[in-house]
Design a binder for this molecule. Sequence first.
Ligand code: MG
Length: 388
Amino acid sequence: MRTGRYPTKPWAMPAGRSRGRRHPEPEHTYRDAFERDRDRIVHSRAFRRLEYKTQVFPNYEGDHFRTRLTHTIEVAQLARTVSRVLGLNETLAEAIALAHDIGHPPFGHVGERALDELMAEDGGFEHNRHALRTVDEIEDKYAAFRGLNLTFEVREGIAKHDARYDRFQEDEIREFSPDERAPLEAQIIDLVDHVAYNVHDIDDGVEAHVLSVSRLADEVPLFGVLHHRLRTELGDVRSRALFNETIRQLVNRLVTDLITTTGEAIGAAGVESVEDVRAQPMDLASHSERIEAELETLQAYLGENLYRGARVGGAMERAGTILRELFEAYRSDPELLPRRHRDRAERVGVLTAIADYVAGMTDRFVIREHRRLVIDGHGAAQSTRYSD
Ligand code: MG
């Protein structure tokens, strides 16, 4: 039990009370179950590929933009802070955060939307489902089982991660009791994910000269109030430093609001155990209504001026076409799939096998395979394919 400034609280999810793994394993001598899960995620191939998957700007556009990997690291860092202050199990929150986007396809939301359309006749594509298949069966490292054999609580955190496409079939989600709340360590991940991307998308958008700081200050009160106050406080300061200080205070404001509001909700609900958390009618982790509304304004602004703007929207439209053409190439000739994915096609169906293979690819690998198979029209003859 932690006894520092923020002692662990009774509503934390202890590793010793995990519902266990699908394939029972002996305990490790000095790492608990959630520490092992965190380490397995970091050592997985799917995790390493996040480096070359787009968050908003493709990583060949510049060296300072977030990638899916650095976004994930920011989410994990925020999750650790929030869970520590709330007395939660910091390791469990970190493990779920590190895995939260492990099923994200290449090319950001454009890739996700393209795959969803391509999979329409088979129930659609959703990155949480793909993430679960990645950690349950696609990762191939261990002699005794397929996948990473993570604990129930980390898998539940992945399955219940909020997503724009909620495509679990009933029998896939049943083991996670969808009517039950996830432990708080999982609940906070959606919220710190939003904090991370809302703030870093402003940062990246300004870095790319797509967003203007003065327009942001005028049109997004959440940003504007801090920016105006800091300008008065700091006086004659470089505009870059003023912007960076605003970003810094913005993260702090959002995280503090999340900690305070969630802490109050825990108190008001009178929960005394993780079972009490699970039995609540609603998630206890949340922002205040005021911040919630301000975040919506910011999201709408980013949607119009960044995500759907000419620079990001245009590059991403081309990316969607490349991904669709590659998918169609595999569909018209499944022999082009690597052996392991051909074998999977027999078990899970050809569309799901293709979607899982393509969703696992990095941006640059999609581009390379598209050039080889679609533009140059080489079949399976020469292979630069992933060896799995
Ligand atoms: Mg995310």
